[in-house]
Design a binder for this molecule. Sequence first.
Ligand code: SAM
Length: 200
Amino acid sequence: MGALWRWDFPPQFIKRFPLFVETGVGFADGIVYARECGWKRLISIEVDPAHAKRAAIKTLNYPAIKIITGDSGEFLRYVDCVGTFFWLDAHCPGHGYGTARDPLFERDPDVRMPLQREMELLRGYAGHCAILIDDLRYYSDAMDWHDGPLPDDQNTLPPEVRNLDFLEPFKERCAVEIFPEDAGYALIVPHGCPRPTILR
Ligand SMILES: C[S@@+](CC[C@H](N)C(=O)[O-])C[C@H]1O[C@@H](n2cnc3c(N)ncnc32)[C@H](O)[C@@H]1O
């Protein structure tokens, strides 16, 4: 599993992309780290009400952080995407993070694995936003991910939609890089913009 703290965000990057938007809050570790990095406006969209409530309580003293309860694949359309950095990390609602639910607990595959819908919404903003995707191994076996291949019980996508095609629309206007560290990351940054670096 990846983590946002694996990344160093230079001040020029945060200045260029001043709104931080996360999909999937988990234990709120990512959004709290983003605030420590220097973001002053931060939003996380979390579909599991218990996770959202816990994160809201954990971040109560940080007025810059807003936790929204909802499906990221739907809610992202209401977010201002220009000048935004997206940390896309939503998958398998309720699996892990204090609950022992099966990865298939969420029956709707679109809600269970919302990344492709998120990227469909964001492709219209290619060149105007930056994106870091976590856990790429959910979508591809093409690299030697350092955490190993995706465990069979977490492979809930039909083979015909399990691919990295969602990166293609960004390649003209952005540098698109894949990192094998942890469970795999994809970094998408408009050409000519400052970039975060992975801490090795
Ligand atoms: C890996 S955790 C997120 C960790 C967090 N981003 C961090 O950096 O610490 C994945 C989270 O995504 C949430 N999730 C799954 N599907 C979702 C969806 N369709 N919309 C919003 N959140 C979702 C899960 O409930 C879980 O809390």
